[in-house]
Write a protein that binds this ligand. Sequence first.
Ligand code: GLV
Length: 310
Amino acid sequence: MAILFASTRDEHIRTWVPALRQALGPREVVVAPDIPDRRAITHAVVWKPGRDTLANLPNLRAVFSLGAGVDDLLAGELVPNHIPLVRMVDPELTRGMVEYVLLHVLYLYRQVPQYRSAQAGAKWRPLAQPRACEQTVGFLGLGELGLAAARAVAKLGFGVVGFTRTPRQTNGIACLSGADKWPRFLASCDILVCLLPKTPTTLGLLDATALAMLPHGANLISASRGGIVVEPDLLAALASGQLGHAVLDVFEREPLPEDSPLWLHPNITVTPHIAAVTYPATAIESVLENLRRDRAGKPLRHVVDRARGY
Ligand code: GLV
């Protein structure tokens, strides 16, 4: 029985492999691409593995993603269809997303971009400041990360509303559901936070039509996956003033190409896909816990529903 570790990031190999070896024993952890005995592999821990890394592993029982989002693994068909795929759920990763969302909700609400540009022109220009309770922050994506972020924003005194396609129990967060409520949801958002997974249904969801339904001058935070916000439509909405400012951590193409107009746009804040990272120190426990469960014949937790795509 061995665990295969496969990642294209050197930093993962440096941190995860010693941690897994310490927890499981040195011979139990095999690092791709060197797989001396493919039959020995029962589980794999992966981040953007190579195309055939997970093929021809006859005793593979489950694959654990190092990322919360599994769109690349599904779109590339990198995990054989009959093998359960587990997404990363880790309290520190959730905390990272909560921090990122709180930071940028406050940044937009307290008009930091406007004060930065006034400072650049040495302009002393106090702006009217609404109260938090007069502002609504809307959340798209109320999973592990979205719900935690929505609750943290609500604690600051903002109005918070979520949107889900089908009705859901969201304990404490007001939620609109169903296609007929979509325009009403968007029209209520002073700040829209997109934490949706990337699936065939969410791809291109925030296009010109959706952005036009936001209140004039609304702000956007996009921190789950690129491709959900349609970048040319976003630029057009910023140009017309329909959108005030966009904080973007994820992009249609990553790394964001040097010549992208998003980099230097005065009303866009770019961060390089760092909103919520997986820390081996804590995330390893989520992998080990599932490994123990599987070996004890118990059901795995956080298995991806491939039909839904997350
Ligand atoms: C990061 O993007 C993740 O999917 O965890």
